[in-house]
Each structure stands twice: as structure tokens, then as C-alpha cells.
Design a protein around this ligand. Structure first.
Ligand code: S3P
Length: 449
């Protein structure tokens, strides 16, 4: 597989949309659910058919890793078919597992591999090799696995699995669905109760999909917004078909573009509406956005609906820190919306943004600053001054730092700003949103025209 990091950079300059955005689109499948669908299907014995899978670079890395462990994974028409003898059929991969740009793939797979009776080697691209793995290696070591890493617990690393793992009981110091999921997946092969306490509820796709594959998972909510998740091992998964909804984190980009480009009205069909993912929609409505859901329904165990968005004036907002896990990937594009809003915004409790595909706190500040917006950081909060009369936005160059969401946020800025925005490299958009520019142009964005 081609490595994105080694492909040529794709610079782009984006000018203001010449006309309102309009029309109906569907965004690609949910990235979090797609990774889990491939992993869980490979862990299950039997045949799983997946529809709506995100065919982005990150997810293709997960597919390659699960193949290397022994699953047969192929595309048949519009579906992906996973045929596996289950975890008992897994064997030691003959090469390094390269997870590319994907933190989710690396962290969740670490959990699976920690409880298997062989050794694996894992690496990633320059961005992933800079991201912290200690958050998973520390709890996962409690099951008897050994992780040999570079200095500061960074990839590449060797995972010496323990085929008779002990169940892990862990209270998470950070709100991270990746860490929670890694521990739960390690628990599948352990004898006894694996228990994870999370201080704030994070996306629950792992819990939902484990149940879908026949594994009983207990979830208890505490009074302060936290949760305790328990799984009794050993537990075997049974193959079940999966329907992947559209990714709300990908929908965020056309949504904010449509809110900001005057006169726009768009519909995005079939978007996942899991309440632990939709903090951005709550926030945009608080800002006065005309954002409505039509036809809400449940598909494949997850709520989905069609979103109708109409452009309008936005006002500044104060986003509480406890909302961060439900919109953790949406802050760069929210910050762009805030730069066009009337009045200042305060986005609170963003420490986790520092350890994403880039340091997104610093990179978002740089994106806005380069384009004439006033923004600063106080502790873990970002403060964005709203639109200042007479001060044009745009005109800057944005460094995307191997970060897909930075690139798409900069494109949205360019569509709404009065001066063009230049982006050094848009190649990484392929990790989560293949066809992004084409889809935006189908709405009339005129990017690259
Ligand atoms: C993800 C969890 C989040 C998110 C990432 C996907 C997942 O990371 O940023 O894009 O699929 O579990 P953290 O759990 O580390 O916050």
C-alpha cells in the first residue's frame, strides 16, 4: 500500500465560493465505526458483510493489519466482506504492522494484540510516531503484555502479547474512547471481569458493536457524567453484518461551509447522530445555526438522520469542557465558524487537542492567525474573537502538519473568507474523507476552478 507520507504534497488555494452552496450529498462512512467493524469482524468466527465502510487511508490500514493477522477481507460490489476463523485463527504477522496516520487503528489494535500469544511490531507515519502510546501501554501492561517502545513510549514498538492475559481494572486519567476500547478489547481474551471507569462518557461505538457481535457489556452511568463499563471474559464474537452510518465528524465541514457561505442551503443524508458524537451540532445551534434533523431513525444499532443546513448569522459561544469528548475532532472547524461569528467564543478544556494528528490547539491558532482572525490560548481554553468589522479574513497560508482536519478546516475558511486561503498540503484529507473537494464542488464550492 502506498504511504501517504511519501506521496507528493498537494497544495491548494481556495477562494470565496462564487455562489451559495446548494444540493444534497452523503458523506463517507464513520471512521470510528469503520475501524471497529473491520477489527470486530476479523475477531469473529464466520462471515461479516459491511456496508457503508469508509474507504479512507486510515481504515485501509486497519484492513491490511487484520489481513496480516489471518482474516480474509475483500470488497464485493459496494460491500466489504470479512471472513475469519476468529481470534483462534490469528497468527504472528510476518512483517511490521504500519498503521499510517491512524491513532485509532494503533491504539485499538494494541489492545487486541496485548492478549494474543505472539509478538507484533507496529509503526506509523511521522505524525503517528510522534503521538503518545503510554496512555495504552500503561494500562495494557497490567494484563502481562510487554511493550518495547522508543523513548517516551512512542512508535515503533514491539508488542509481546500474553496469551493468558489477566483482566484489567482501570480508571482512565483522560477521556479517551481509544484507551477505553483498547482495554475492553484486551479483555476479550482474559478470564474474569475487565472494568474501565471513564471520568466523562466518550463515544460508545465499541460497547455498541461488541453487543452487536454478541458480547455482553455492562454500562453503568455515574451521577457526574462518567461511566463504568464491564465485560466478562473470555468472550467470543459471532459474525453479524454491519451498516456504517455517515460520519458526523466529516459532515462537520460541509455543515460549517454552508452556514458561512451566504444564501446556502444543503442537505446531508444519513449522518450518524450518536449523542456522544454530536456536541458540534449542539454548539452550532447555540450559536444560532439553522441546523435541523429530518427523518431520524436507527440503522445498524446507531441513530442516523438527514441534516438540513441553512446559512445565517452566527454568534459567539461558550463551550463547556465536559462537552469536549462529544466533539473532540470538530474544534478546528468550529474555531473557523467562531472567527466569522458576532462576538467572542471560548472553547474550554482542549488539552486533548495537543495530541491529535497534529498539536491541533497550536495548529488551529496558527490557521486563524495567518488568516487575520484574533485568537489566543489561556491554559487549555481557546478564545476566538468574532468577526471584527472592516477587518477582512483570509489571505494566509496554512500548514496542515499531516492533519486531515486542519486541511479541511482551512478549505472551509477559504470558501467563506474575503481573500484566498492557501494550504500547503491537502493529501492527508484521504485518511478520512476521500473525495472531499469533489463533494464540496458538487455543492457549488468551485474549489480549484
Ligand atoms: C476515536 C476517538 C477519539 C477521536 C478519534 C477517533 C475513536 O480519540 O479523536 O478521531 O474512534 O475511538 P480519543 O479517544 O483519543 O480522544
Amino acid at each position: 500500500m502506498e504511504r501517504l507520507a511519501e506521496t507528493a504534497a498537494r497544495p491548494l488555494t481556495v477562494s470565496a465560493a462564487a455562489r451559495p452552496l446548494g444540493g444534497e450529498i452523503a458523506v463517507p462512512g464513520d471512521k470510528s465505526i469503520s475501524h471497529r467493524a473491520l477489527m470486530f469482524a476479523a475477531l469473529a468466527r464466520g462471515v461479516t458483510r459491511i456496508s457503508g465502510l469508509l474507504e479512507g487511508e486510515d481504515v485501509l490500514r486497519t484492513a491490511a493489519a487484520m489481513r496480516a493477522l489471518g482474516a480474509d477481507i475483500r470488497r464485493e460490489g459496494t460491500e466489504w466482506v470479512v471472513e475469519s476463523a476468529g481470534v483462534q485463527g490469528f497468527s504472528e504477522p510476518s512483517d511490521v504492522l504500519d498503521m499510517g496516520n491512524s491513532g485509532t487503528a494503533a491504539r485499538l489494535l494494541s489492545g487486541i494484540l496485548s492478549g494474543l500469544p505472539f509478538t507484533c511490531f507496529m509503526t506509523g507515519d511521522a505524525s503517528l510516531r510522534g503521538r503518545p502510546m503510554r496512555r495504552v501501554t500503561t494500562p495494557l501492561s497490567a494484563n502481562g503484555a510487554v511493550f518495547v517502545t522508543r523513548a517516551d513510549e512512542k512508535l515503533p514498538m514491539a508488542i509481546v502479547g500474553n496469551g493468558s492475559p489477566a483482566p484489567i481494572v482501570y480508571r482512565m486519567p483522560v477521556a479517551s474512547a481509544q484507551v477505553k476500547s483498547a482495554i475492553l478489547l484486551a479483555g476479550l481474551n482474559a478470564t474474569g471481569a475487565t472494568r474501565v471507569e471513564e471520568p466523562v462518557a466518550t463515544r460508545d461505538h465499541t460497547e455498541n458493536m461488541l453487543r452487536h457481535f454478541g458480547v455482553p457489556v455492562t454500562i453503568e452511568a455515574d451521577t457526574r457524567g462518567g461511566r463504568v463499563i464491564t465485560l466478562d471474559g473470555p468472550a467470543r464474537l459471532t459474525a453479524r453484518d454491519v451498516i456504517v452510518p455517515g460520519d458526523p465528524s466529516s459532515a462537520a465541514f460541509p455543515i460549517v461551509a454552508a452556514l458561512l457561505v451566504p444564501g446556502s442551503e444543503i442537505v446531508i443524508s444519513n449522518v450518524g447522530l450518536n449523542a456522544l458524537r454530536t456536541g458540534l451540532f449542539v454548539t452550532l445551534r447555540e450559536m444560532g445555526a439553522d441546523l435541523t434533523v429530518v427523518g431520524e431513525r436507527v440503522e445498524g444499532g446507531e441513530p442516523v438522520g438527514d441534516l438540513r443546513v441553512r446559512a445565517g448569522v452566527l454568534r459567539g459561544v461558550d463551550v463547556p469542557p465536559e462537552r469536549a469528548p462529544s466533539m473532540i475532532d470538530e474544534y478546528p472547524v468550529l474555531a473557523v465558524a467562531c472567527a466569522f461569528a458576532e462576538g467572542p467564543s471560548r472553547l474550554r478544556g482542549l488539552a486533548e487537542l495537543r495530541v491529535k494528528e497534529s498539536d491541533r490547539l497550536a495548529a488551529t491558532v496558527a490557521l486563524l492567525t495567518a488568516n487575520g482572525a484574533a485568537v489566543h490560548v489561556e491554559g487549555d481554553d481557546m478564545i476566538v474573537e468574532g468577526r471584527q468589522s472592516g477587518r477582512p479574513l483570509g489571505g494566509g497560508t496554512v500548514e496542515t502538519r499531516m492533519d486531515h482536519r486542519l486541511a479541511m478546516s482551512a478549505i472551509v475558511m477559504g470558501l467563506a473568507a474575503s481573500r484566498p486561503v492557501t494550504i500547503d498540503d491537502t493529501a492527508f484529507i484521504e485518511t478520512s474523507f476521500p473525495g472531499f473537494v469533489t463533494l464540496m464542488n458538487a455543492l457549488g464550492a468551485g474549489i480549484g476552478a
